[in-house]
Design a protein around this ligand. Structure first.
Ligand code: S3P
Length: 174
């Protein structure tokens, strides 16, 4: 954990990393970076296209490169893709260059947010049992984050304020 570095948001697809991340960046007066968006920009094609034509392995490589780019940027709130924190190397890079915050809403909330799952090749609403199993498996890795923000009925801006005050207690301030 590096208290003077970035704040990285981790968690399953649909856990609100981008929305809460933007609100948190505004709270802190820092910029907001989205690792998925960096991949899309560098590759010049959508995540769906990368998965469909080059496969998941290629996507994971591009994602790690994008993380490296983000890690070198001036202090920011960084939203990561749901698979990134599962890898040992990316997780180590995140730990070295900032503080990791796990957004952990309920399964029900995640499912509702993802809906048909447009743009998310690994989400399949017709396979709820498999999706739930993947979520349960991944939680063990997300639990390695420095902070956990549990389920909340609050709006993203409110949750961002909670994250800010938890960070402040650790000595991470704007
Ligand atoms: C993935 C999550 C996605 C995106 C890609 C793979 C995953 O990001 O990186 O579709 O493995 O969970 P979000 O968590 O922003 O949906």
């Amino acid at each position: 954990m590096h208290l003077q570095g970035h704040v990285y948001l981790v968690g399953f697809m649909g856990s609100g990393k981008s929305q809460i991340g933007r609100a948190l960046a505004a709270e802190m007066g820092w910029s907001f970076l989205d690792v998925d968006a960096i991949v899309v920009e560098k590759e010049g094609r959508s995540i769906q296209e990368i998965f469909a034509t080059s496969g998941e392995t290629r996507f994971r490589e591009a994602e790690r490169e994008a993380l490296l780019t983000a890690s070198r940027a001036p202090r920011a709130v960084v939203a990561t893709g749901g698979g990134l924190f599962l890898g040992r190397d990316p997780r180590a890079l995140i730990k070295r260059t900032g503080i990791s915050v796990w957004l952990d809403p309920t399964w029900e909330e995640i499912r509702q947010r993802l809906g048909h799952g447009e743009g998310r090749p690994l989400w399949n609403e017709d396979r709820p049992v498999a999706m739930r199993a993947s979520y349960e498996r991944r939680r063990a890795a997300y639990a390695l984050a420095d902070l956990r923000i549990g389920p909340s009925r609050d709006a993203p801006r409110q949750i961002a304020k909670q994250v800010r005050s938890r960070l402040s207690r650790l000595g991470v301030r704007p």
